[in-house]
Design a binder for this molecule. Sequence first.
Ligand code: FAD
Length: 280
Amino acid sequence: MINPFTGHEGTMKITQTGHPKSVVVVGGGPGGLEVAWVAAARGHKVTLLEKNNKLGGQFIPAAAPPGKHELARGIRYYIEMCKKYGVDIRLGIEANADQITILNPDIVILATGAVPIEAQIPNEGIPIVQAVDVLSGKVMLGQNILIVGGGLVGLETCEHVLSQNRRAAIVEMQDSVGKDIHPSIKYFISKSLAENHVEILTNTKVESFKMDGAICTNQSGHIKLSGFDMVLLALGAKSYNPLEKDLEGKVKSLHVIGDAVKPRSAVVAIEEGARLALGL
Ligand SMILES: Cc1cc2nc3c(=O)[nH]c(=O)nc-3n(C[C@H](O)[C@H](O)[C@H](O)COP(=O)(O)OP(=O)(O)OC[C@H]3O[C@@H](n4cnc5c(N)ncnc54)[C@H](O)[C@@H]3O)c2cc1C
């Protein structure tokens, strides 16, 4: 059977290892949790370090928009499996090379994920926050929201904003929104945004932020978007993998999985975690 997201073929079977090793996993997102519990189920001794006080990584904001709450069940499942197979989970630890090498592991797996891209755009003073921080409940929403970026995160954040009884508009530099969304899902999001009369400006680039909006350029020149009290950025993500360089040559075996390699999806991070754990 072929996984439609990764293109890989074959079923996976968890078998006991004949050579138990000590494994340190850095990062408690879906990739890190999967590799941790599967490795532990095979008989390895696994320690998982997570810098936040909560497990789930980007799956936490991913589960916030309407219709996506079921994703949180996935995180709960992973936590249960880690507990069942005795993974030593240490929260609130931002691991560095010294903290990892002192554990003297046979294998280190970096699953440190991705972080949102910041805007390099001049701002005269409107509050600007990352969409994922809103979805994670870290910041209070304004009333009239300008969302910059119309990919999956931008559109799903817009749905979330509407569900909180706020108004929103979306600006996207490309010629259409939702290019990274599966058509069946995009249909329902687009329908919901249209029913809520969300203004979507495509082929429109933000040049600068003003106190109440933004100056943009499109085919007809400069336009001013006003009447907003907050900007949410949904400009994509970039890999976060500072430890690979720090650990090279200092540990016996080093692997990187998930968004830390390249931002993709939880489905890919989980499959990479499972395949790696089965080969240890
Ligand atoms: C809003 C949103 C919606 C999404 N929707 C979907 C979807 O519907 N389907 C899908 O498949 N994917 C979705 N994704 C993408 C998916 O969430 C990510 O691809 C996936 O979470 C990547 O998993 P990961 O384990 O590689 O990294 P992450 O989930 O980024 O986890 C990395 C973890 O590492 C921790 N960490 C980093 N550095 C350290 C350190 N030094 N020490 C200890 N811990 C550290 C971080 O705190 C974090 O918990 C969505 C993402 C977002 C933001």
